[in-house]
Design a protein around this ligand. Structure first.
Ligand code: S3P
Length: 417
């Protein structure tokens, strides 16, 4: 059992990196980013932009993007390949529906199984012409005249759909009002400077056609969702002490820290910059803690962290209860099914629910063979569990971490004492 020690910084936040590239592509201005995450997902966004005539160059750690008006984007060669990336597909859809030439966007088998109706429906309400395969990929966008603004109450907690609409609304001929009844990640609103009216957990985003794209250049904060794996590694390996530097502290991303507080876990954060995105350092040590039932309003802000939370739950006192998380079934894999299978392989006690799971903490675990279904977050969760398990844990596709954190294995090695 290694101690997890040291001080690390992580590649840029995946959600912010996608947005940095996409939003920069929309104006003739030049924007530059350090710590942009060149993982497979964000690379898919950049490659699609290049195929649409947008120029970008990466020199050392500096990505420079020179955008263009949407009306000057070029017809692509062939199908746009979003690979495994839901964020690329859904955000890009809000722009493709406005192009004066047809485009087709497609992806790998996992992405072809993910629901796209959630983004097709509101775009069609705005007047978009989209052909699809029963609400799934491939999507074909046909040129139309102008789209019009709509009032839209988001039926699912999805920052991707919200962001697609914020983009589509820029090119509509009348204002759009988007209402969401949950808190979800707010990078789009922050980076584009869109006005948000909050009322408790609900908020309304008012989007006027032709809103100006602000200057976007920034150092991209480290990815909190990647940090979560190392925070849990430190918590469950006795004698550990870890610092993560320059990581996103955006409160719509750090819901896991709220869960830590409910579990009685202590940690320290220090904010070093607030705008455009909060950033800072987190310090944590191994400790004992209790499992809890996750409040349903926290689910959308920990949605990507639930696989690693299930590993944490194995080491807590009592029951970890996750409900109202059916969205997990529509991620890169059916994450509820994959979590249940992973925890059972480790000899853990877990009950599957239609919208979550109930897991009982215990420390006696065994190794085994983990089927990831090519899901990066399942692979990294299993790898963190393996740091504590004495017998061998084999992961079928360790390379699938490329999707979000290609340097995961090196980083894990670097903090394992
Ligand atoms: C993301 C939003 C979330 C998250 C995904 C990235 C984003 O998806 O799970 O990893 O960058 O907007 P949904 O919006 O589908 O919940």
């Amino acid at each position: 059992m290694p101690r997890i020690t040291g001080s690390i910084s992580l590649p840029g936040d995946k959600s912010i990196s996608h947005r940095a590239a996409l939003f920069s592509a929309l104006t003739p201005a030049v924007n530059s980013f350090t710590n942009f995450n060149m993982n497979a997902d964000c690379r898919a966004t950049l490659d699609i932009l290049k195929n649409l005539g947008i120029d970008w160059v990466l020199e050392d750690d500096l990505l420079t993007i020179t955008g263009n008006e949407l009306s000057s984007w070029q017809p692509p060669a062939g199908t746009l390949d979003a690979k495994n990336s839901g964020t690329t597909t859904r955000l890009m859809s809000g722009l493709l529906c406005h192009l004066p030439f047809p485009t087709v966007i497609d992806g790998d088998n996992s992405l072809r199984n993910r629901p796209m109706k959630r983004v097709i429906d509101p775009l069609q309400q705005m007047g978009a012409k989209i052909e699809h395969n029963q609400g799934k990929l491939p999507l074909k966008f046909m040129p139309v005249g102008e789209l019009h603004g709509i009032g839209y109450n988001l039926p699912v907690a999805s920052a991707q759909v919200k962001s697609a609409l914020c983009l589509a609304a820029r090119y509509a001929n009348s204002p759009t009002e988007i209402t969401e009844n949950w808190v979800t990640r707010d990078h789009t609103e922050r980076m584009l400077g869109l006005p948000v009216i909050r009322n408790g957990k609900s908020s309304v985003i008012k989007v006027n056609p032709g809103y100006e794209i602000p200057q976007l250049s920034m150092p991209i904060p480290g990815d909190f969702s990647s940090a979560a794996f190392f925070l849990v590694a430190a918590l469950i390996n006795p004698g550990s002490q870890l610092e993560i530097r320059n990581v996103s502290l955006n409160p719509t991303r750090t819901g896991l820290l709220k869960v830590f507080e409910l579990m009685g876990i202590t940690y320290h954060t220090e904010t070093t910059r607030l705008r455009p995105e909060p950033i800072g350092n987190i310090r944590i040590e191994s400790q004992e803690f209790s499992n809890v039932e996750i409040p349903s309003d926290l689910v959308p802000v920990i949605i990507d962290e639930i696989p690693i939370l299930s590993v944490l739950g194995l080491f807590g006192r009592g029951e970890l209860v996750v409900k109202n998380a059916e969205e997990l079934r529509y991620k890169e894999s059916d994450r509820i099914a994959r979590i249940v299978q992973m925890i059972r392989t480790f000899g853990g006690n877990i009950d599957e629910l239609p919208d979550g799971f109930i897991l009982t903490g215990q420390r006696k675990l065994n190794g085994g063979y983990i089927t990831t279904d090519d899901d990066h977050r399942i692979a990294m969760s299993a790898a963190i569990a393996s740091t504590v398990i004495e017998s061998d844990v084999k992961i079928d596709k360790p390379e699938c971490v490329e999707v979000s954190l290609p340097s995961f294995w090196e980083l894990l090695h670097s903090v394992s004492d």
